[in-house]
Design a protein around this ligand. Structure first.
Ligand code: ADP
Length: 436
């Protein structure tokens, strides 16, 4: 329950971080798009104003008089709406006294508004934004003021200040609509991105959570497995302390039990270490070319003696030649685990048979025994960590429940397969196939 709350909290934290991350990302994207859009509109207008300024200075329109109202200097702009705009291009001429001298060209309504403009405090030859307020509306221009030289051939301009204005109400309206559309679009995509991120994070967290659960289970199982032999050792030692005058020979039973448990602890810690290392990918198969026949003969040689000492038969067949690309240490560990198990779970008088065959590039290792076999319902699970078919039987055999999971890991490292099936009339057969 606590774990679930913790996972949930972690997921919410991740989700909020994603929410903020995407919001920042989309805000930056929006600002960049807005900035470029605004820049493209203004640069278009400003270029037109500058072109017109040059025309006046060069007096291209010398014979036409000042430019008329509603002549638009800008290039093509899809967002401009000429028809509904009261003001577009206005050329206002200020005489030397600063009074508008082309009033007749501006029209009554325009003049009323534009008459508010003065040349005072205005920068020369620089495009500025000018906002004018009337009692019932606001209108915005971009404008450039120039001082026309006295020798300009157009007497209307010569020696005067000329203010070229471009009405940008329509552009601002378009910009405004664009911003609205941009915000709606970004919010829409932000919501979609968040949903996708939420599902992706949930699914990507699954393996992490699973591995975290496995890790926790592994540690608690490991602690449990370590506690049992340690408790036995402690009990035996405490018992021995109550007999300080006894000789070892008098207390053979507790001494040998302690020794057994120490041996068990040694195997257990070695296996736990192997699995912990395999989990963190510290150990990986280091494959090299190995002469197979002498290698397997060396691995199997001690088992004849062990089998004899346990009143069991050991039969081995090594039908391999040439070399194979394997991790010799890991394959030795694999074969030892399988034979150890076969010996452990086969009663006295039974037989353990090992057959190692190389067929082209396939190496087959078969370990069979005449023991109790593995029940069908356990066949798939015995390769799991700490899984044992019969706990009471296993405690007697000193099993750790880790051997086969290490065997499976070794086979996986060699990209091979391992499986178990029944031996007839009794026992089990473990088969490993590895591609050399
Ligand atoms: P253990 O150290 O307990 O043997 P393993 O991982 O090697 O752990 O094996 C898991 C379980 O599979 C064993 O506890 C045992 O129940 C079963 N098992 C493994 N090998 C054999 C076998 N040859 N015959 C019968 N049961 C086996």
């Amino acid at each position: 329950m606590r774990d679930r709350i913790l996972e949930h909290k972690q997921q919410i934290k991740l989700f909020i971080k994603e929410l903020i991350g995407f919001a920042i990302l989309f805000a930056i994207l929006g600002l960049i798009v807005y900035f470029f859009f605004q820049k493209s509109i203004y640069s278009n207008i400003d270029a037109g104003l500058n072109r017109q300024k040059e025309r006046i200075e060069r007096n291209t329109y010398a014979n036409e008089g000042p430019l008329s109202v509603n002549q638009r200097p800008g290039g093509f702009n899809p967002f401009n709406n000429y028809n509904n705009s009261d003001f577009q291009t206005n050329v206002i001429v200020f005489n030397k006294k600063g009074i508008i001298s082309n009033r007749g060209m501006l029209g009554q309504r325009n003049y009323k508004l534009l008459s508010k403009l003065t040349v005072k405090n205005r920068k020369l030859n620089q495009v500025e934004e000018i906002t004018l307020w009337s009692h019932n509306y606001v209108t915005t221009f971009r404008g450039i003021l120039l001082k026309v030289s006295d020798d300009n051939t157009n007497p209307e301009y010569a020696g005067n200040y000329v203010l070229i204005l471009q009405n940008i109400d329509a552009d601002l309206l378009a910009l405004h609509s664009f911003v609205e559309a941009l915000i709606v679009t970004l919010i829409f995509f932000w919501a979609i991105a968040i949903l996708i991120a939420y599902y992706l994070s949930k699914s990507s967290m699954k393996p992490i959570i699973n591995s975290w659960h496995r890790q926790k289970e592994f540690s608690s199982n490991a602690a449990h497995e370590l506690r049992t032999p340690l408790t036995v050792i402690q009990n035996q030692m405490e018992f021995l302390l109550t007999k300080p005058n006894d000789k070892v020979v008098d207390q053979i039973q507790p001494v040998s039990t302690t020794l057994e448990e120490v041996k068990h602890l040694k195997v257990l810690t070695q296996r736990l270490l192997t699995l912990a290392r395999s989990d963190s990918n510290i150990v990986q198969a280091q494959r090299s070319d190995v002469e197979l026949k002498p290698f397997f003969e060396g691995v199997l040689s001690p088992f004849n003696e062990i089998a004899t000492s346990q009143n069991k038969s050991f039969v081995d067949t090594i039908d391999v030649d040439g070399s194979g690309h394997i991790d010799a240490d890991l394959i030795k560990q694999l074969v030892v685990i399988l034979i150890d198990n076969a010996m452990k779970y086969t009663p006295k008088g039974g037989t353990v048979a090992v057959k190692i065959v190389k067929n082209h590039s396939n190496l087959k290792i078969v370990v069979s025994d005449t023991g109790n076999g593995v029940p069908d319902e356990d066949k798939a699970r015995i390769f799991e960590r700490f899984y044992r078919t019969d706990k009471s039987r296993n405690s007697k055999t000193g099993g750790t429940g880790l051997g086969l999971s290490i065997a499976k890991w070794i086979v996986d490292q060699h990209h091979g397969r391992i499986h178990v099936r029944d031996n007839h009339p009794t026992g089990s057969i473990f088969t490993v196939n590895i591609n050399l």
